[in-house]
Structure formats: structure tokens, C-alpha cells
Design a protein around this ligand. Structure first.
Ligand SMILES: [Fe+2]
Length: 155
């Protein structure tokens, strides 16, 4: 993958990020969009209230998305489920720590953004792509006509 754009710039969705399963790609796109919203809010100095709302949305959506992925892994008997779940849990606790530090102004929002952008992209390209073959072998459909139910809540 080409490197991530500079910190103040938007991340454009690329086919490099695709795990080959539409539902999951759609959810990952939502995460990238929220990170882009956060970038924009910081760049345009929209203030801490807006910033915190976006961070809350990011935190909440991340947990929803991880829950969906982990459910699929259990249903489909994915052999690396425990390892993958552990990565998710580590991120959620790191994110919790970052949020505390941002609120106490120990670190800047850029530090959170920098960390999350590389975590997310590396996780998608490394760990998420790794379940693709297993999921497809177990009969998961690559795509379907109905839009994701998550769209109803998150777009
Ligand atoms: Fe994941």
C-alpha cells in the first residue's frame, strides 16, 4: 500500500483496503469517514465540542463494528478468533486512554488521529484481510443488493 496521506489530509478509500466482502468494507468506510471528519474538524478549528462528538461517534461505532466482526468470526468458526478479538480489545483500551489524555489536555487530538489512522489501516490490511478466505470458504456472500443495516444508523 502507498503510504497514508499527511496528517491534515483526508484518507481516500482505496481498493487496497478492501477485504473483499461488501458488508465489512462498508463498515470500514464508515470508520475512515469518521476519521476524516475528525481531521476536518481539527483543521477547521471547530472547537472541542464538535471534536468530542466526533470522537464519541468514532468510539461507539468502533465497538459496534468490532462486535459485528467478532460475531461473524464465532458463527463461522474462525480459527484466529481469540487473537483477533485480543487486537480489538487492546485498541478499545488504548482508545479509552487516549480520550482521557485528550480531555485532560495531556496530548493533542493530532496524536490520537495519527495513532488511529495507522492502527486502522494496518489492522484492515493485516488482520482483517486474513479472515477473508475463511469467511468466503464458509459461504459468506461477497456482495448483495440490500444496503447495510448499519447505514440506517451511521450515515
Ligand atoms: Fe478487525
Amino acid at each position: 500500500m502507498e503510504k497514508l496521506p499527511d496528517i491534515g489530509e483526508q484518507i481516500e478509500w482505496s481498493s487496497d483496503f478492501s477485504v473483499g466482502i461488501q458488508e465489512i468494507d462498508e463498515q470500514h468506510k464508515v470508520l475512515v469517514n469518521i476519521l476524516n471528519d475528525l481531521t476536518e474538524a481539527i483543521e477547521e478549528r471547530r472547537g472541542t465540542k464538535v471534536r468530542n462528538q466526533i470522537i464519541d461517534r468514532l468510539f461507539e461505532y468502533t465497538r459496534v463494528h468490532f462486535t459485528v466482526e467478532e460475531s461473524l468470526m464465532r458463527i463461522l468458526d474462525y480459527p484466529k478468533y481469540e487473537q483477533h478479538k485480543h487486537e480489538h480489545e487492546a485498541l478499545v483500551s488504548q482508545l479509552t486512554e487516549f480520550i482521557k489524555k485528550i480531555n485532560s489536555e495531556t496530548i493533542s487530538t493530532y496524536e490520537l488521529l495519527f495513532f488511529l489512522r495507522s492502527w486502522l489501516i494496518n489492522h484492515i490490511i493485516g488482520s482483517d484481510k486474513a479472515y477473508k478466505e475463511h469467511f468466503l470458504k464458509m459461504g459468506v456472500k461477497r456482495s448483495w443488493a440490500n444496503k447495510s443495516w448499519l447505514d440506517k444508523f451511521w450515515k
